[in-house]
Design a binder for this molecule. Structure first.
Ligand code: DP6
Length: 390
């Protein structure tokens, strides 16, 4: 469509969901290309509750590329953002020269304005960069596509209003799945490693790959979101404050200083990935839960083995860990599982039939009145990939 000056103006808005790893990515073998030292596996969440919405406008009248995160303009020249922009433009050019349509040649030189908003705490260890950069991989619609993606940026630079100290985010079954080419997960990866897993719904592995150019380091769906309809996720928000050490620098220090990390990547994760994929295929919750909790614990043990050590968990996180184990021990089976990323917030995996009771138990031990938190009923998990709003 034309803008006020009669120039062609194109705009795309898309949402990208958060993913939560059950086998963690921690450590890179190549900082520039963002190549991991181990494969990882995650579940993509319902994006009505946790998502990044990004709008990209493209026009000949724009003088330069610009980006706003949660309403505040940020530096467009950050290296990761630049690599993503470069790569997307390269792909757009290639599509054009391969005769696959897409951007016209004039459009390729147009500048973009990017506007990105998170609906969750940005730097509190809730996988914000994953959703943010996953917006990159969106494909163009025929109606609006000039640039094939909506872009987003380094969310650790910005912050949203803080949430109550202890509240739940329910996560809903996602409505639809859009197919994205594998090549685009490699683009999302260059924005933030874990982002490539948000390119697909359901259960997604990020294969570490072997090649130096990273072409085989891509995300792959293990099972779709319809595979395990009873699975549920609850997010217990312990703190919405910015994490003290960001994932990027934290994992870099771990690679440099932790001998446990080498043991993990060489000897633990390869077998664990196989076991986890098998547990997902079989919908074996007990096996899924045990592997999830062990992997979270090993990740935080590595943080402690890092020098100087990194502390992401706090006392409330540790209480939640104990609560989950006592609960499971009471029933002599694993009914709930916790996992923690680079922050104190707990993500709980469980099955539908245990949600109500477990919520009661959590409310009993963490009454909302005493900590100002609010409770929202847990809802179906599962997943989706990117959806486009036109
Ligand atoms: C603990 O993807 O944020 O959430 O690649 O440097 O951007 P960069 O790191 P990032 O790391 C996420 C680490 C994690 C584990 C995971 O999601 O697998």
């Amino acid at each position: 469509m034309p803008d006020d000056s009669g120039n062609t103006f194109s705009m795309v808005t898309c949402n990208a969901p958060v993913n939560i790893a059950v086998i963690k990515y921690w450590g890179k073998r190549d900082e520039e290309c963002i190549l991991p030292i181990n494969s990882s596996l995650s579940v993509t969440l319902h994006q009505d509750q946790l998502k990044t919405t990004t709008t990209v406008a493209c026009s000949r009248s724009f003088q330069e590329d610009r980006i706003w995160l949660n309403g505040k303009e940020e530096d467009i020249n950050q290296p990761r953002l630049q690599s993503c922009l470069r790569e997307i433009r390269r792909l757009a050019r290639k599509r054009r020269s391969d005769g696959e349509g897409g951007v016209d040649l004039a459009g390729l030189s147009h500048k973009v304005h990017i506007c990105s908003v998170n609906n969750f705490p940005t730097a509190a260890g809730l996988a914000s960069s994953a959703a943010g950069y996953a917006c990159l991989g969106e494909r163009p619609s025929n109606e609006v596509g000039v640039y094939p993606v909506a872009l987003s940026g380094p969310f650790s630079l910005c912050s949203l209003p803080l949430l109550s100290p202890f509240s739940f985010f329910p996560v809903y079954t996602l409505a639809r799945v859009m197919g994205v080419e594998g090549e685009l997960s490699a683009v999302a990866r260059q924005g933030s490693g874990s982002a490539c897993r948000s390119m697909y719904g359901g259960f997604v592995q990020w294969i570490m790959g072997q090649r130096e150019d990273g072409k085989d380091s891509v995300a792959q769906q293990v099972e779709p979101e319809t595979h395990w309809p009873e699975l549920r996720i609850l997010v217990l928000v312990v703190s919405a404050e910015r994490k003290p050490v960001g994932s990027t620098s934290g994992m870099q220090t771990s690679v440099e200083t932790s001998s446990l990390l080498k043991h993990r990547s060489d000897s633990v994760v390869p077998a664990r990935m196989k076991e986890m994929i098998d547990a997902v295929h079989r919908k074996d919750f007990a096996a899924f839960a045990e592997l999830t909790m062990k992997d979270s614990n090993q990740f935080h043990a590595i943080c402690l083995d890092t020098y100087p050590p990194i502390f992401y968990l706090n006392d409330v996180s540790r209480h939640i860990i104990n609560l989950v184990h006592h609960y499971n021990q009471h029933y002599r089976e694993a009914r709930v599982a916790y996992t923690f990323d680079a922050g104190p917030n707990a993500v709980i995996y469980t099955l539908q039939q245990h949600v109500d009771e477990f919520l009661q138990v959590v409310k009993h031990f963490f009454p909302p009145e005493t900590n100002g938190g609010q409770f929202v009923k847990g809802l179906p998990v599962a997943s989706t990939t990117l959806t486009e709003e036109l």
